[in-house]
Design a binder for this molecule. Structure first.
Ligand code: AMP
Length: 285
């Protein structure tokens, strides 16, 4: 196995990509905030299978956290991330510091995707998707990637990024990859390590609620309210669990359905379990 290259400077990463592209090699980027798990590794493997050169970015982006959110408490382990990237077949791990990605300060330039980022997670996290879109724009520009791999676990993020790339005509194709779950159904997340033993059974209720709603959908239920109530009925009784939102939306526009839903929709939810905010979603089709 070749030793992975660690890059910390933006210019070095751009040059690395250019060298590969001049040799007619396709370059993939997998943006992450580190503390890697199987969900991230599935993206790296998908990139490896599809592209000639694979870059993983490892950066906890401050601008997507609100003032009272868990930026400081977000788990970090650079050495583990590097080892996992290497094992998953990445060529480069890009680990910039804040100044490298925000050379003119964190308020200097923004990308704001209107509407798509304002509701669902955006309602309780104002500015979150502006921070996401901004850092992804920077990472796509610096890495010059031809393909970028994102998880459907962060479905609203995926749609915001796709919208941004389309709107700016960026020469990068966005690939959405399926959600990877623990054996008990919990969607993998770097934040799961912060769940206590007592909180963990409550966290599992998110995927159980989605599965119950999906089953109701398959049985013919098409009323948005009935479907969200079905999911909520499994989550509400759990100790430590506080529902932030449960919604059924159009998978493309994320417009929320309040009454009758079509034969293809997506249920999305955010639930606080103790101090940990968890999100999950499931296509209804
Ligand atoms: P994060 O490090 O949480 O910002 O996530 C980096 C990328 O990994 C994003 O595109 C996420 O959607 C993706 N990701 C995180 N968790 C999962 C998961 N359980 N399954 C698939 N992709 C995931």
């Amino acid at each position: 196995m070749e030793t992975i290259t660690i890059i910390r400077e933006a210019e070095t990463l751009s040059r690395w990509s250019q060298i590969h592209q001049r040799a007619a090699k396709s370059v993939a980027v997998v943006p992450t905030m580190g503390y890697l798990h199987e969900g991230h590794l599935s993206l790296i493997r998908a990139a490896r299978a599809q592209c000639d050169a694979v870059i993983v970015t490892d950066f906890v982006n401050p601008t997507q956290f609100g003032p009272n959110e868990d930026y400081a408490a977000y788990p970090r382990d650079e050495a583990m991330d590097i080892a996992l990237c290497q094992a998953a077949g990445a060529d480069v791990v890009f680990i910039p510091d804040v100044h490298t990605l925000y050379p003119n300060g964190q308020d200097a330039a923004w990308v704001d995707v209107k509407d798509l980022g304002d509701h669902l997670c955006g309602a309780s996290r104002p500015g979150h998707f502006r921070g996401v879109a901004t850092v992804v724009m920077k990472l796509l520009c610096i890495s010059r990637a031809d393909f970028a791999f994102f998880g459907q676990k962060d479905y609203q993020q995926l749609r915001v990024v796709q919208h941004m790339v389309h709107d700016f005509g960026l020469p990068c194709q966005i690939i959405g990859c399926p959600i990877v779950r623990e054996p008990d159904g919990l969607a993998m997340s770097s934040r799961n390590v912060r769940l206590s033993q007592e909180e963990r059974p409550s966290a599992i209720a998110l995927s159980q609620g989605l599965a119950a709603a999906h089953q109701a959908f398959l049985n013919g239920e098409r009323d948005a309210r009935q479907l969200t109530d079905t999911a909520a009925s499994l989550i509400l009784p759990k100790p430590h669990a506080q529902i932030e939102y449960i919604a059924v939306a159009d998978p493309e526009t994320l417009e929320i359905f309040h009454h009758q839903i079509p034969n293809r929709a997506i249920m999305l939810l955010a639930v606080r379990v103790g101090n940990v905010r968890l999100i999950d979603n499931m296509l209804l089709e």
